[in-house]
Design a protein. Structure first.
Ligand SMILES: Nc1ncnc2c1ncn2[C@@H]1O[C@H](COP(=O)(O)OP(=O)(O)OP(=O)(O)O)[C@@H](O)[C@H]1O
Ligand SMILES: [Mg+2]
Length: 270
């Protein structure tokens, strides 16, 4: 399953994406995380030592994509691409990175978006495979169709009007793409009143509310300590809420899914 997280700036996309990826990987899924934000932060949220030059992810080059008759596609298999251009985060999460502008006045990021889109297309149908895409706070991934190949779009929203309005607009764009399921994840919820605001908004706009994540001081502490939340506060309420989100996905037990690619085979054939 390929899951993308979108939403207003600062809503908590990266925090939830990283926690989701680590929890799924420790549950035995073969997790690929894609930082599709041109201002990338997913590596450090996952626990990659980005100060180490060998660990710092580099951008996926557009040369990995070829134009085929049926549209752009990867020249090599996903595993080869990730081995060459990704890094491995704790729990075996493989991370790829869309990249950021190398300099000011660089122009558009069309090639970078097409590259992510091709990788996403080829990441479907992996046994025990889960893909988590951390998107940037703009509708660009939807307006360009970069996210067309995801199976589930999670709209991360804080309980205030402008964040919810952003989620509603993104849902309307997503409805024009072949994305099977779109759902809201409420984040930074401080109490019942916040929960009611989000529930009412989702009901009014016919949006599925899949999970509610509370405000947690431990998220800020983990951030300040530059530690992944899942390590810094494994038993805290925010990680517990992301575990409930995993449960709400209704995934088969990773151990029950045919194991075409053992850990030795995390880098094996798709
Ligand atoms: N549940 C939470 N409780 C408290 N703080 C949170 C929570 N979730 C995220 N934060 C904090 O909110 C800030 C933004 O989080 P994060 O970087 O995950 O958001 P984002 O949506 O990825 O942002 P951007 O749009 O810049 O990519 C960070 O300081 C993070 O620590
Ligand atoms: Mg982010």
């Amino acid at each position: 399953m390929r899951i993308a997280l979108a939403g207003k700036g600062g809503a908590g996309k990266t925090t939830i994406a990283a926690t989701l990826a680590r929890l799924l990987a420790s549950d035995g899924f073969d997790v690929v995380a894609i930082d599709a934000d041109s201002n990338p932060n997913l590596a450090s949220a996952l626990g990659v030592a980005t100060d180490d030059a060998n660990q710092a992810p580099h951008a996926l080059p557009s040369s990995i994509v070829s134009r085929r008759l049926d549209g752009p596609g990867l020249k090599d298999g996903v595993d080869a691409v990730l081995a060459a251009h990704g890094v491995v985060a704790p729990d075996g999460v493989r991370l790829a990175h869309m990249g950021m502008p190398a300099h000011a006045d660089e122009g558009c990021m069309c090639a970078a978006h097409a590259t992510v889109s091709s990788l996403l297309a080829d990441l479907g149908d992996r046994p025990r495979g889960m893909t988590i895409v951390d998107m940037e706070a703009s509708p660009e991934h939807l307006s360009r169709g970069t996210a067309r190949h995801v199976d589930l779009l999670l709209l991360v929203a804080e309980p205030y009007y402008r964040a919810l309005e952003t989620a509603r607009r993104l849902a309307a764009l997503a409805a024009q793409l072949p994305i099977a399921r779109v759902a809201v994840v409420a984040n930074k919820v401080r109490g019942e009143a916040d929960g009611e605001v989000i529930t009412a908004f989702c009901e009014r706009h016919d949006l599925e509310l899949l999970a509610v994540v509370p405000w947690g001081e431990e998220v800020l502490d983990a951030d300040a300590a530059r530690q992944p939340l899942v390590e810094a506060a494994a038993s805290g309420p925010v990680v517990a809420a992301v575990r409930r989100l995993v449960a709400a996905l209704g995934l088969p037990d990773a151990g029950a899914v045919p194991q075409a690619d053992a850990i030795a085979g995390r880098h094996g054939p798709r």
